[in-house]
Design a protein around this ligand. Structure first.
Ligand code: GRF
Length: 210
């Protein structure tokens, strides 16, 4: 299974994916990492570990659709089966979504549908929730709205600040994302269309217990 990974920043989730592959816990390869930001630290780390990287700067394109068309060309050229958004800070368009229907995965640092969008950990902390977490979901046309594949909850402690909560969530992201990708690699993931206006759901053969 070829997972194309899109990043914009630190790339710690990318690192978790590659480490899971190296440890034999994730059957697949990453034929290409694409960043829209030239200086993304995750790029340097990937290069140092022999993973092909490319920068496609969104600012070089007249609109989001043209940028996404370039992403699609590059992903296809690298024979990508599934696309993983791992800290990719761009809103994607139907151009990308329709090129990889129900085959784009995003990791989001909240228990969706709570706190979609930017700064989810700060949103959760500021709200005062006692349980926070992360979500891996399929990407649809909305922002963080697609069918949920898996979630991990973490407690919010009295001694927490936003930074400690962010770190606790991120540690769980690093465990959750490779696990879900392995379900994909095993062919266990199926999208069940919603009936009578209900949302589509993801079904994981064997239960999908994290
Ligand atoms: C993670 O918190 C992820 O959930 C969010 O962006 C952050 C990316 O972190 N979408 P990293 O670049 O993988 O370290």
């Amino acid at each position: 299974m070829n997972f194309g990974v899109l990043i914009s920043g630190t790339g710690s989730n990318l690192k978790a994916i590659l480490e899971a592959m190296a440890a034999g816990k994730l059957d697949g390869r990453v034929p290409v990492v694409i960043s829209n930001v030239a200086g993304a630290p995750g790029l340097a780390w990937a290069r140092a570990h022999g993973v092909p990287t490319l920068v496609i700067d969104h600012k070089a394109f007249p609109n989001r659709a043209a940028f996404d068309a370039a992403l699609v060309d590059t992903l296809r050229a690298h024979e990508v089966d599934w696309v993983v958004l791992a800290g990719f800070m761009r809103v994607i368009t139907p151009v990308l979504i329709e090129a990889f229907p129900s085959r784009i995965v995003n990791i989001h640092p909240s228990l969706l549908p709570a706190f979609p969008g930017l700064h989810a950990q700060k949103q959760a902390f500021d709200y005062g929730v006692r349980v926070a977490g992360c979500t891996v979901h399929l990407v649809d046309a909305g922002t963080d709205t697609g069918p949920i594949m898996a979630q991990t909850a973490v407690p919010v402690l009295d001694m927490d600040d936003e930074s400690s909560l962010r770190a606790r969530i991120l540690a769980e992201e690093h465990a959750l994302l490779p696990r879900v990708l392995q379900w994909i690699a095993e062919g266990r993931v199926r999208v069940v269309p919603g009936e009578n206006g209900a949302r589509a759901r993801v079904s994981i053969a064997g239960g999908g217990v994290t």
